[in-house]
Ligand binder design. Structure first.
Ligand SMILES: [Zn+2]
Ligand SMILES: [Zn+2]
Length: 145
């Protein structure tokens, strides 16, 4: 079994979540999708190839559970809700390819200084921020040439 998948299964168990067949299939799909954004119906189509008995509401409910357990994350992209595997313990900003929906984490957060400035020089106390960078990944750029 894939090492990353094994680790995720462990994390699930540590957090007290049961590894139901639906969850196993879903996690496998997320690991194999390599941090690409997927919507619920894409996940549904992929799962149906493996197990015809799993219905859409099971998938939808489990997407919520996996999001709550911080195994995957939810991103709104083109006004649609999409999901991807969450990088454990790494920066929270993403570069998103608008062609293939591949996501790449920013290696660091560039907004630390800005938050310090806001805290010190304005009446506002920042607690969180949310930034996504959109563009074209290397593979898509090469394909376009
Ligand atoms: Zn791309
Ligand atoms: Zn940040």
């Amino acid at each position: 079994m894939n090492e990353q998948l094994k680790q995720i299964y462990e994390t699930m168990k540590e957090k007290g979540f049961k590894l139901t067949p639906a969850r196993k299939y879903m996690l496998e799909i997320f690991v194999n999708s390599d941090y690409r954004l997927l919507d619920a119906s894409q996940i549904y189509d992929l799962i149906r190839k493996k197990n015809k008995k799993i219905n859409f509401s099971t998938i939808y409910r489990n997407l919520e559970i996996l999001t709550d357990s911080e195994i995957i994350e939810k991103i709104t992209f083109n006004e649609e809700t999409k999901y991807k595997l969450r990088e454990q313990g790494s920066p929270h900003h993403l570069m998103i390819c608008t062609l293939c929906h591949q996501t790449i984490p920013l290696p660091f957060c560039p907004f630390g200084e800005l938050e310090t400035y806001i805290k010190n020089d304005t009446d506002f106390l920042p607690t969180n921020h949310h930034v996504e960078i959109y563009g074209y990944c290397k593979k898509c750029r090469q394909q376009q040439n």
